[in-house]
Design a protein. Structure first.
Length: 414
């Protein structure tokens, strides 16, 4: 039974609604070895939370794949596009362990201070309203992702880094190319995905190096200038690390925020009583965002590599193996959340782990929350007759929870 369940995790049915499959795994095989994924699938909240704190589970998850690919190649052959993509990503903060991770996160933390993100509320609200202005009076249907959820994060990131607003389309293209590799978006069958990602990475690398040089010469009030200025004693981020930080902010901030806004809006449209409640009680918006992240968050799975023998859920896990922490399953665990399949915008407490937990919790989580909160609040307020035009098609990806489009009638069905 469990073999059939895990084999469905990458199928179209699982992409559309993975939660019944997660429930089956939680009940019958909460820590299960999947031959299909060559990984342990961990689905209970308590086990996933424990895994985040387990030093035997490494977040340095790009380097082992790179080393394995190199070992399998011809000794004298030039590295392929896949190896070159992974080599460029291997030192990003999000895929490193202490002490390297500790140093990078400490130096980056100042640029992510709460007051800096909070100061962006007015700017983000203006950006959302500008995008929604373009929907007014249109009878639809239109794709809310293409119109709002997709362009917003790219524009915010460009603003934060001190880049020209007109460069946001380039940011979006680079993020999409990286998603082909990092999340398998579009399916693994796309044979050119590494070549496309490599081309995007090279363009992005050159762009950010030029931007770093410009900000070193002419600092501004942007986050990149703060990253350049941030130091502890004689330690500071070098140009390679600054470029990696920019790339990470671009990729992680764009993909996850787009999904958070789109998934949250869809959940509200599927639950009109909760949508009506949010319109009647706008003070619920902060709690609503947390519940929408728990209910159908942007990331389904986070990966870890095993570097020392450990135990999860009574199963022994050995060095060299891989672990998939299934956040989507943990956030619907009935042992942690009452009525977990019910959307309750006033749920409290709500200790979801949509952004991870522990030392590797998403450093940009506050920014993602801010963008999602403002976008959904403005959509709810300014589009009172918003209606779903068609059920979405979901991307067939193991790690991300993402739609292809979200077709809606902004002014209600004609």
């Amino acid at each position: 039974m469990t073999g059939a369940i895990t084999d469905e995790l990458l199928g179209s049915a699982a992409a559309a609604d993975p939660y019944p499959i997660y429930a089956g795994l939680r009940e019958h095989a909460p820590v299960h070895w999947s031959e299909r994924h060559r990984a342990w699938l961990v689905t209970r909240y308590a086990d996933v939370a424990a895994a985040f704190a387990d030093k035997a589970l490494s977040n340095d998850r790009v380097r082992p794949v790179l080393e394995r690919r190199r070992a399998a190649g011809e000794p004298d052959a030039a590295p392929g596009a896949g190896e070159r993509v992974l080599a460029m990503m291997a030192d990003w903060m999000v895929v490193t362990d202490p002490p390297a991770h500790t140093r990078l996160r400490r130096l980056a933390a100042g640029a992510f201070k709460g007051q800096r993100i909070s100061a962006m509320d007015a700017r983000i609200t203006a950006l959302v309203d500008e995008l929604l202005d373009g929907l007014m009076g249109r009878t639809g249907p239109l794709d809310l992702i293409a119109e709002v959820a997709y362009p917003l994060p790219a524009t915010v990131i460009a603003t934060m880094l001190g880049a020209a607003p007109e460069d946001r389309d380039r940011f979006r293209e680079w993020s999409d190319e990286l998603a082909l590799v990092a999340f398998g978006a579009g399916g693994d069958a796309r044979a050119d995905r590494h070549e496309r990602a490599l081309a995007g990475l090279r363009e992005m690398d050159a762009y950010f190096r030029e931007l770093v040089a410009r900000r070193r010469a002419e600092p501004g009030e942007d986050m990149l200038s703060a990253l350049i200025a941030g130091r502890e004693g004689t330690d500071a981020l070098d140009d390679d690390e600054l470029v990696g930080m920019c790339a990470l902010l671009l990729f992680a901030g764009h993909e996850t925020t787009t999904n958070s806004i789109a998934n949250g809006t869809l959940a509200l449209l599927h639950h009109p009583e909760q949508l009506a409640r949010l319109r009647a009680e706008p003070e619920l918006r902060d709690a609503a965002v947390e519940e929408l992240l728990r209910y159908d968050g942007p990331i389904k799975v986070l990966n870890r590599w095993v570097v020392g023998e450990t135990s999860l859920g009574g199963r022994t896990i050995s060095p060299g193996e891989r672990v998939h922490l299934v956040l989507g399953a943990a956030n619907r665990d009935p042992e942690r959340f009452a009525d977990p399949d019910v959307l309750d915008l006033a749920r409290s407490p709500n200790p979801h782990i949509a952004f991870g937990k522990g030392i590797h919790a998403c450093i940009g989580a506050q920014l993602a929350r801010t963008e999602t909160r403002i976008a959904i609040a403005r959509i709810v307020e300014r589009l009172p007759r918003l209606e779903l035009a068609a059920e979405p098609e979901w991307k067939d990806a193991l790690a991300s929870r993402a739609m292809e489009q979200l077709w809606v009638y902004p002014e209600g069905r004609p």
